[in-house]
Design a binder for this molecule. Structure first.
Ligand code: UTP
Length: 299
């Protein structure tokens, strides 16, 4: 799980608070995604962090002082809540000294893989792909076709320039699995080969590490994971996508994070009903203000 980026789209919050710890209602995004990994059967989670983002790893450690204080105050429910991240999965720290790109961050995970591990799951902590479980489907696809498997969602034309976009092989099969011919990072609408965008779920063959050593800095001067995958495709490595039909929330920028909080908030047993009323009221107030502004323009 790469979590060493600068989070520039979330400044000023990310000046001191790691983007991965921003809460969706009350739980940091990275904990939600660690839970997804644990649910899939993962027992070890390499978290790639930066020296100034110590809070990310601390979130996966037990906090005995806070636990004791809560126990003394009889708040046993909250003790459970703060233990959850540490109990979910064993976090293995990996440090990325400089934010040289997602590709560079993923490359560092090779040092903590066992010799017999021939595939690595990369899950971005700022990307919620719901309902969880798409990686299970991706593992089935790797078992069938070998190589590497990624997850795609269909985005609107207006959004293609925000994501890595897949070029897929033409076929007539009505299937959620497609073979990938190439990938383009954040294309202009007219250059986009499809509307299928990469999400933050990757099942990568170990060959990715060799490809990552051979690429040079790409978009934004960073080592791009997309470029290494593209290199593997050029060399004949099979890459497939699973087209996910569910929801996806991009927590990496306020425009995606706010809807995620509303979505999770509305389903929350404690806050849901109250939030629904609050949203209705806020919308009504905004609409009334817009009507007044429109009327005064007409006059
Ligand atoms: P993003 O591009 O979404 O994160 O990378 P960022 O670079 O932090 O964000 P902006 O663009 O400046 O707003 C996806 C994931 O990869 C990690 C990020 O922490 C994020 O979880 N990442 C990115 C690294 O670990 N190292 C890097 O050098 C870059």
């Amino acid at each position: 799980m790469p979590a060493a980026g600068l989070g520039t789209r979330f400044l000023p919050a990310t000046k001191t608070v790691p983007k991965e710890l921003l809460p969706v209602v009350d739980t940091p995004g990275i904990e939600l995604i660690a839970a997804e990994a644990a649910e899939l059967g993962a027992t070890r989670l390499a978290i790639i962090t930066a020296p100034n983002k110590a809070g990310v790893l601390a979130h996966f450690e037990r906090s005995s002082e806070l636990e004791e204080t809560l126990m003394e105050r009889g708040k046993t429910d909250q003790v459970e809540i703060i233990r959850r991240a540490a109990d979910l999965i064993k976090a293995v720290p990996v440090t990325q000294d400089k934010p040289l790109g997602l590709g560079h961050a993923v490359g560092l995970a090779e040092s903590v893989l066992d010799d017999d591990e021939d595939v690595v799951a990369v899950m971005l902590p700022d990307d919620l792909v719901l309902p969880t479980g798409v990686m299970e489907r991706m593992a089935q696809v790797r078992a069938e076709f070998g190589g590497s498997v990624l997850c795609a969602v269909e985005v609107s034309e207006a959004d293609v320039s925000k994501y890595g976009i897949f070029e897929i092989e033409a076929d007539t099969k009505d299937s959620d699995v497609k073979k990938v011919k190439g990938m383009v990072e954040k294309p202009a609408i007219e250059d986009a080969p499809s509307r299928l965008a990469a999400t933050g779920r990757y099942l990568l063959d170990r060959k990715i590490f060799d490809a990552l050593r051979r690429i040079t800095p790409g978009a934004g001067g960073e080592l791009q994971l997309t470029d290494a995958i593209d290199l593997l495709i050029d060399e004949g490595h099979p890459v497939h996508i699973v087209i996910h039909q569910g929801k996806r929330h991009d927590l990496g920028n306020p425009g995606g994070y706010i809807p995620a909080c509303v979505d999770f908030g509305l389903s929350h047993p404690v806050y849901g009903a109250q939030l629904k009323d609050a949203i209705k009221q806020i919308l009504a107030e905004h609409e009334a203000a817009e009507r007044i502004a429109d009327d005064s323009q007409v006059k």
